[in-house]
Write a new protein. Structure first.
Ligand code: CP
Ligand code: NVA
Length: 304
């Protein structure tokens, strides 16, 4: 199990490997769109364990695995023994003995780490409370397609210091850009992670300071999955952290707007911005498919 390669955060691949993965995803997208059939994962199975809701992640992994010639199996915690308290370690041993790759969306990040430690096949983090690395593969791919290399650029993440923020922070290091983070006091990203990525990030408590002259603006929901009870308190805390046209005006003229989706129009982002000309949110969503196909190929057959 120790030789098995996992993708739990962006730090599990080197910068060079991530660049290669993005280039491969762009190539696979073009080939797929030109009608090429490519089935390197024929007869293989992806187990998809979901303990939280999903639209994009489920559809992209399931469609992607099918397109690669394999099969994807949807496992909800509601109707597996995982949801009834079977230990993660036991579940990992059993599930990984029958499939070729596993994808997990869950709460605590330690759950995917424990699963990976006891899995005989690659494990992919499809979102935990702390990280969402698959989303960043699609986001980096989208930036490259629209603007070229992101190295040396500056991005602004506006909003909660959550799983998306943490993965943007990791991306800043791995892809060589600077990340300005604007969040309300009390909603900062993880202190340890901030310290370790100190030279790649700058923390602000004012949106306007953070977005001045940046090449990309991104945001996320104010209350993530599992925080539904905090929705009202968070609406108050985040009310001056909405990305609207006035905020986008402060960024570079050709700055892109990104959002992992699902979005709440007129909460974290105005309809004018998310549905406007700088927004690339639909490309980001579609690129989940292509980026994850490249990831599945890399984890199961090696980097191409
Ligand atoms: N962005 C994202 O992961 O979307 P889903 O929650 O719909 O999978
Ligand atoms: N931060 C959000 C991302 C959803 C894709 C959440 O965890 O709910």
């Amino acid at each position: 199990m120790s030789n098995t390669r996992h993708f739990l955060t962006l730090m599990d691949f080197s910068s060079a490997e991530l660049q290669q993965l993005i280039a491969r995803a762009i190539q696979m997208k073009q080939e797929f769109k030109s009608g090429k059939i490519y089935e390197p994962l024929k007869n293989m199975t992806l187990a998809m364990i979901f303990e939280k809701s999903s639209t994009r992640t489920r559809v992209s992994f399931e469609a992607g695995m099918n397109q690669l010639g394999g099969h994807a199996m949807f496992l909800s915690s509601r109707d597996t023994q995982l949801g009834r308290g079977e230990p993660i370690e036991d579940s990992a041993r059993v599930i990984s003995s029958m499939v070729d790759v596993v994808m997990i969306r869950t709460f605590g990040h330690a759950i995917v780490e424990t699963f990976a430690a006891h899995s005989s096949v690659p494990v992919i983090n499809a979102l935990t409370d702390d990280f969402h690395p698959c989303q960043l593969l699609a986001d980096m791919m989208t930036y490259v397609e629209h603007r070229g290399d992101i190295a040396g650029k500056t991005a602004a993440y506006v909003g909660d210091g959550n799983n998306m923020c943490h993965s943007w922070m990791n991306a800043a290091k791995q892809f060589g850009f600077h990340l300005n983070i604007a969040c309300p006091e009390g909603y900062e990203p993880d202190a340890k992670l901030m310290k370790s990525l100190d030279s790649h990030i700058t923390l602000y408590h004012d949106v306007h300071d953070a977005v001045k002259g940046v090449d990309l603006v991104t945001t996320d929901v104010w209350a993530s999955m599992g925080q539904e009870d905090e929705q009202k308190i968070r609406e108050q805390a985040f009310k001056s952290f909405k990305v609207d046209s006035a905020v986008m005006e402060l960024a570079n003229k050709d700055a892109l707007f990104m959002h992992c989706l699902p979005a709440h129009r007129e909460e974290e982002v105005s309809a004018a911005v998310i549905d406007g000309p700088q927004s690339v949110v639909w490309d980001e969503a579609e690129n989940r498919l292509h980026a994850q196909k490249a990831l599945l190929e890399a984890l199961v057959t090696g980097l191409h």
